[in-house]
Design a protein around this ligand. Structure first.
Ligand code: AMP
Length: 467
């Protein structure tokens, strides 16, 4: 099937072809015709499947007809994080290039004045995080009664972040006969309940997880004797596995920081993205990665979630993620949309349980890849694990490294959950006192806003702009 066969307008097809796409992905082929027929949709799909275009494209054609009105957006896209909201805005701008549509981006950490002005002028599509939208709604700056099309994207992430009560409130403010599209990587019971309550006779579309079925991603687990040797094993892989661009995921922000510093000291061209950086610093770092100023990005899960970085040749899990879903998200950064990629997960003894959970989720044992430097094969239940050849290619590091000192063990910051996942208020205080209890809504706002309220200029790709 081609894009030309699924009912999109010629103007939109021109924009899609200009981007270089002529074949829709599975979620696009199934969702676009139904959205154009004004049906409600449940799309079980995750980042990497092309799901964003599966709602952005038909929305553009639907919104092409009709008039804007002040303070009354015609459609609403809810995203769990600012980064995802900004990326959806980018796709709208890209595909909407031949249409006269206006959008506004309502995200925390950006001054409200410009956002309110854009709303006053009238917008066709509002892309928002729930916290900021509720804030403006409660101040009477926005009316949702003209909003006939609602997209709830990454619903399971919204659940993780405590946004479901806000979403229920928002849904109840929209016209009941609106069209609703809900996308989620998984369908836990609270999301099913939400869908039952707010969608009407939806079409259910489920597409394969890109990481579990995508043969374009070769995935390995690399046993290491202890977490002390992880840095050395990682550096050997970085030098020998033809790494062009790599994202390296760690479970803790402190590990991200220390690892990036250590890689730089060893001559690698590395940067970092984690939840302690403010929005502008994260964007600047991402831009350096995208424009090739650095080729290695150390990341935490929340900070990197949903970031669309193309052409990543490698993903490294410096730590096995505590939540197996995060494995799929991380590995999905490589091998995207036709490109091949390699993913390596370093397994110290303390990662054993987590990798077991990952393998349960993805439905198969990962291939063991052995690297020297104290690594030994992991004890697995596999009868005969397929072994990949040792890395043999020539080093690629910018500078030769000094003889490595034994790296210090990471300080255990938090044993039970990744720091980034937890709202600041929930974490134990340094002095050992219990933090105050936070209501879900305040919690969600805290996650969205963090401490990093950003009052600087709005970068053009985040900006509120006419299409
Ligand atoms: P998403 O799942 O929306 O995050 O999209 C993942 C990546 O796939 C993005 O880089 C898109 O630009 C790309 N993409 C979307 N649709 C297509 C398509 N039909 N063919 C090839 N790549 C696509």
């Amino acid at each position: 099937m081609k894009f030309a066969d699924i009912g999109l307008s010629d103007e939109l097809l021109a924009a899609v072809h200009a981007k270089g796409y002529d074949t829709p992905t599975a979620i696009q082929a199934q969702a676009i015709p139904s959205v154009l027929m004004m049906k409600d949709i449940i799309g079980v799909a995750q980042t990497g499947t092309g799901k964003t275009a599966s709602f952005v494209l038909p929305m553009i054609d639907i919104l092409a007809h009709g008039r804007r009105r002040a303070l009354m957006p015609r459609s609403l896209i809810l995203e769990p994080t600012r980064e995802l909201a900004a990326q959806v805005a980018d796709e709208f701008a890209l595909y909407g290039v031949n249409h006269d549509l206006k959008m506004a981006l309502l995200i925390g950490g950006v001054q409200m004045g410009d956002q309110v002005k854009a709303l006053k002028d009238g917008v066709d599509v509002l892309i928002a995080t729930p916290g900021r939208l509720m804030d403006l709604f409660e101040r009477g700056k926005i009316l949702l009664t003209g909003c006939d099309l609602l997209v709830i994207d990454e619903a399971d992430r919204m659940l993780d972040m405590g946004f479901i009560p806000d979403i229920e409130t928002i849904c109840s403010k929209l016209p009941t006969n609106r069209q609703t599209l809900l996308f989620s990587a998984t369908m836990p019971p609270p999301i099913k309940k939400l869908a039952d309550k707010f969608l009407t006779n939806p079409k259910y579309i489920e597409v394969a997880r890109p990481a579990s079925t995508n043969t374009q991603i070769v995935q390995f687990k690399v046993p290491v004797a202890s977490s002390r040797v992880k840095r050395d094993v990682l550096k050997e892989l970085l030098r020998t596995d033809d790494v062009k661009t790599a994202m390296i995921f760690c479970n803790r922000k402190t590990t991200v920081r220390d690892l990036a510093k250590n890689l730089k000291q060893s001559g690698f061209s590395a940067g970092e993205i984690h939840g302690d950086m403010d929005q502008s610093a994260r964007i600047a770092e991402l831009d350096r990665f995208k424009d090739g100023s650095i080729n290695i990005l150390c990341c935490s899960d929340v900070a990197a979630r949903g970031l669309d970085v193309k052409g990543v040749s490698h993903v490294f899990n410096f730590d096995t993620p505590w939540h197996p879903d995060d494995y799929v998200h991380r590995v999905g950064r490589t091998g995207r949309a036709g490109a091949t990629g390699r993913a390596f997960t370093l397994i110290a003894p303390e990662d054993a349980e987590a990798i077991g959970n990952v393998e349960k989720l993805t439905g198969g044992k990962l291939t063991v890849f052995e690297v020297g430097q104290g690594a030994k094969p992991a004890a697995t239940s596999e009868a005969k694990p397929e072994r990949a050849p040792r890395a043999e290619r020539a080093p690629r590091a910018a500078k030769p490294e000094r003889a490595p000192r034994a790296p210090r063990e990471e300080p255990e910051v938090q044993a039970e959950a990744p720091q980034d996942e937890k709202p600041r208020q929930d974490r134990p205080k340094r002095d050992g006192t219990k933090p105050p209890k936070v209501e879900p809504k305040a919690k969600a706002a805290a996650v969205e806003a963090g401490d990093d309220v950003w009052n600087g200029p709005v970068p053009s790709f985040l900006g509120i702009s006419a299409l």
